[in-house]
Design a protein around this ligand. Structure first.
Ligand SMILES: *Cc1c(COP(=O)(O)O)cnc(C)c1O
Length: 352
């Protein structure tokens, strides 16, 4: 606290990211990073940028990256917005498209950055409870609202919603923007990108941090009607003209173009998830159905916080959320590579 702080700073409750441990050799299953490195083509593309051109500003419009995203999804470049990680893209979305008189709606158990952005931008919101099975019940979103946002699959539950449900939601909320945060969509959830040309109120947000293994490069994007994109560009150009540096643009394009590597690594992650879920169910865990690169699980006879602590003593870190109460007995475990998954299974067998 300081008298020099502005009013808003006094009132902020910032997001708390998962731990990035300084200790080596831990099996890090706490922040949903990809266990496989980025495509070798990304590394080459980054190396090619290490030259004198770094004295020049990057392209403020990131035109080549927008075209690469548009080509990948069969869209036009004016339907694409890019930013410094999808967290930055989301921040602009909150400010540009989700601040209205009626409250913004999102699930009570979801990505905990959403209420943080509401605090930063002074957006009124209502947290809609998940149903008894921890699912997003879209019928509960049929009320006056200034916008709707949720991840699909949801985080930290991992539960996916089918495309047909999202389409009905878009129809019943034609007057507000519906944002689908598809950070984990490539691990077995249907993307809503195919609906973009049919619904001018749909915005789909994605990131290269998870399925493309580029959390360290910071690239995210939004796709939707050109008028929604225009709003985001107006905010971006009132904030930072160059959110995508020369490395980020080169690496992101290479990642989007290497579809073979992407396919191979995401299938490996999905296979490890299936293996882990089966093994944990045999040990008596209750595992929520996951369409993501993580699972959300609890054990009837073991306290989640204690289990997380014991796993840590065995060199494995997972994420435990003390709040809200309803999920305090769950652990969120990122899917690792095959060897890490085997080690996790062995350790869990010993601890349960
Ligand atoms: C990881 C994550 C993001 C942010 O990803 P970045 O692109 O790394 O900023 C956004 N939404 C959800 C739900 C996430 O889990």
């Amino acid at each position: 606290m300081s008298k020099y702080w502005s009013d808003i700073v006094h009132k902020l409750t910032p997001y708390v990211p998962g731990e990035q441990p300084k200790i080596q050799n831990l099996i890090k299953l706490n922040t949903n990073e990809n266990p496989y490195g980025p495509s070798p083509k990304v590394i080459s593309a980054l190396q090619a940028v290490v030259n004198d051109s770094l004295r020049l500003y990057p392209d403020p419009d990131s035109s080549q990256l927008k075209s690469a995203v548009a080509d990948y999804y069969g869209l036009q470049p004016n339907q694409v917005f890019v930013g410094n990680g999808s967290d930055e893209v989301l921040a602009h979305v909150f400010q540009a498209l989700l601040k209205h008189e009626a409250p913004l709606l999102f699930p009570d158990i979801t990505y905990s950055f959403y209420p943080v952005y509401c605090g930063l931008y002074g957006i009124d919101y209502e947290a809609v409870p998940l149903n008894d099975n921890f699912e997003i019940a879209l019928a509960d979103y049929s009320k006056a609202n200034g916008g709707i946002i949720f991840p699909n699959p949801n985080a930290p539950t991992g539960i996916p919603l089918p495309l047909s449900s999202i389409e009905s939601l878009l129809k019943t909320n034609a007057d507000s923007v519906v944002v689908i945060d598809e950070a984990y969509v490539d691990f077995g959830t249907q993307s809503a990108v195919s609906l973009i040309n049919h619904y001018p109120n749909l915005l789909v947000v994605q990131t290269l941090s998870k399925a493309r293994s580029l959390a360290g490069l910071r690239v995210g994007f939004a796709m939707g009607h050109p008028q929604l994109i225009e709003a985001l560009i107006r905010v971006k150009d009132s904030f930072n003209s160059y959110p995508i540096d020369r490395f980020a643009e080169a690496g992101a394009i290479a990642a989007l173009q290497d579809t073979a590597y992407f396919e191979e690594t995401r299938q490996k992650v999905i296979a490890s998830r299936v293996n882990l879920v089966g093994a944990m169910q045999t040990m008596g865990f209750d595992v929520l159905p996951s369409g993501a690169n993580f699972i959300f699980a609890c054990h009837p006879n073991h306290d989640a916080a204690e289990l997380a602590q014991k796993l840590r003593e065995h060199g494995i870190i997972v994420r435990h959320f003390k709040r809200p109460e309803r999920i305090a007995q769950f652990l969120r475990i990122t899917i690792g590579n095959e060897a890490q998954t085997e080690q996790l299974i062995t350790t869990l067998k010993m601890l349960t």
